[in-house]
Design a protein around this ligand. Sequence first.
Ligand code: X8Z
Ligand code: ZN
Length: 622
Amino acid sequence: MRTKTLLLLALVACKKNEPAPGQQPAVQTATGSATGSAAGSADDPLVAEAKKFVADLDPTLRKLDVDAAQAEWTNETDITKEHEAATAKAGEIASVETTKLVKEAKKFDSVLDKLDPATRRQLVLLKFQAQPSPDDPKQAEELAKVGTEMTSIYGKGVCTTTNGKESCKDIEYYSKLLQHEKDPKKLLDAWKTWHDGVGHLEAPLFARYTELGNIGAKAIGFADISAIWKSNYDMPADQFEGEVDKLWGQVKPLYDQLHCYARRQLNKKYGDAVVPKTGPIPAHLFGNMWGQEWGYLYDDLEPYKGVAKIDVTPVLEKSYDAKKMVQMGEAFYTSLGFDPLPATFWERSMLTKPAGKDVVCHASAWDVGFNNDLRIKMCINLNQEDLLVIHHELGHDYYYHSYYKLPIIFQAGANDGFHEAIGDTVQLSMTPEYLHDRGLLEKVEKNDKATINAQMRVALEKIAFLPFGIKVDKWRWDAFSGKVKPEQFNQHWWDLTLQYQGMTPPLPRAATDFDPGAKFHVASNTPYMRYFLADVLEFQFYRALCKKAGFTGPLHECNFYGNKEAGAAFWKMLQLGASKPWQDALEELTGQRDMDATAILEYFAPLQKWLEEQNKGQQCGW
Ligand code: X8Z
Ligand code: ZN
């Protein structure tokens, strides 16, 4: 997908909003159906005008989006004051001009029902194309600058100046420390340095971004930024909130079991003084800054010792480089019948961190020209985690590739969770057998113990992530809507962390701290609920593709590599882009019109049973 960046809600994957179907009371009915009547349209001059407006939109938006994406790519692969200023300027222009178009398009609200579905849908989606700008040009300029600065600050990391020379340690540095360090004091130190170093700088900028962004949101008829974000799902905002809560309710019992088991193992490892036997767990012990995925705890949490390890890192370190890892990812997609990546992908992508430059290492996927100009931007490490991230990013690029010939407004995921779910669906297919077939694992075993170990490996990514995935935007919705004030931002973050993840800050935090700002997507104004949705959707997609591939065994054993029927079905959904409501796209692939967590529960049924046995008699929860 293209993630939108700061002001541009729709640019690159891992950035801003994907344009997707939305709702506002006045246009709600227009978004839901792609088959509305165009009766009487011939007599109405406003209908003809609307059609012309939409036809003219495409080249205008394309130029704005491409200019903004190009500037942003340049800045994120080489952060300098000049590149930052150019990015802010291009983002500002895109946002200001798109906001004008949104306002202009309001006059067609009265004829939406008379328009053909494609015209109507583009008009409806237009308001989700960019973070709207305030009317005051000074404020519009400031909004763009603040947004760009927030991303750059995060990219540079924690900086110190000695003899006038600045040197910075980025998230890559601290991540490696958190992944491998065993001493909890050193982990705590890294956690605090990052959260204070980046969070404190982001705090005033986020508060200002919220003020200005909300002014922009109001200018196009929304209550605040969160109302725009929540309206982007082909249903009213409050219904969407209900959907999210429903999904969380389905998966929470499984998370609770994993939390309970993890706490016991961590307690054994660190002792009562660091991890108590009951209650929440401190957040710095999970192998990353945010407690969001727990893959690096595998050795501590491994259910059965003495079973062949599922760890491809040794082979990657020995026989791979970054390009070869990406080629392995590409090979999965081409095995489904998808095209090879274009030559320009290999020429233009950033696969490793360039020496002597500040860059945004956080992985992302781009179609900079909105014309099959596919790229990824990563600082690839030769390890299992990054092999999975590569497959994730290529999922975005193949989605871009499938729809790049559509009108630019439809060049987006069916909803933004779809975009995040494509590569992750492929990840699920990377079973131990698959990794063995590709020469990455010397030995695989097939027995109950090996199954539980393999499931634990996946659960530490996918189940551990769910509460974090929901928390980030539950927090941001409340921050944007004014439900919580800036002086409560940090407390609210930790209230939600406790509620959803069962974790506490590892040391006392103050209202002057700003721990949400230590997460990339908050600093870069990238919506986050998409990842929660993706965590659910990817299992739905996977179950459907496995069925298309004729697989009939237990879901977690399915590998659809090389299956052209599955590939064709996947492609059929992808190439719709955002041209139809996501419910239609979902139905196309899965036969279902609802996001639902039954597939994830089916997948993890063996592990859930095992965890419940392990946790029998324990006081779970926090
Ligand atoms: O940001 C990402 C991707 C790029 S869209 C690497 N992810 C989220 C994160 O890192 O927080 C993937 C999973 C969640
Ligand atoms: Zn992504």
